[in-house]
Design a protein around this ligand. Structure first.
Ligand code: NI
Length: 136
């Protein structure tokens, strides 16, 4: 099995809070990330596709086509947006890295040009990242 990865970047704002909790509880749990006016991150997302090498092309997946899908279905919808209000596929969740990665997975899983989606890795900062591999 071969694994091929495309890395993309987006900048977004968000605020972490649970609307069913008091302000006090939200502050306790989310701290600075609960700041009412939000805050921004420079996110990096790495999309990994698994598959066999196609003998006709030598590719697992054409990275130009994979890039187009990622840009159209994910980056164009989250870049320079407020993840709490602007992004339809995040409407029902707190926009943590975990939930954003699941949302990105769902946007891509049925649209991979060749091979299958193996992993979504999302970096919120240089030091913090999450990996999602679907409902294994
Ligand atoms: Ni944050």
């Amino acid at each position: 099995m071969m694994y091929v990865t495309r890395r993309e970047h987006f900048s977004s704002s968000h605020r972490l809070f649970n609307p069913t909790w008091s302000d006090e509880r939200n502050h306790e749990v989310f701290g600075k990330c609960n700041n009412a006016a939000g805050h921004g991150h420079n996110y990096y997302v790495e999309i990994t596709v698994a598959g066999d090498i196609d003998p006709a092309t030598g590719y697992v997946v054409d990275l130009k086509k994979l890039k187009q899908v990622i840009i159209e279905r994910v980056i164009s919808r989250v870049d320079h947006r407020n993840l709490n209000v602007d992004v339809d596929f995040l409407h029902d969740v707190i926009p943590t890295s975990e939930n954003i990665a699941v949302g990105i997975w769902r946007q891509l899983v049925d649209h991979i040009p060749q091979g299958r989606l193996y992993q979504v890795r999302l970096y919120e900062t240089e030091k913090n990242f999450v990996d999602y591999r679907g409902e294994e």
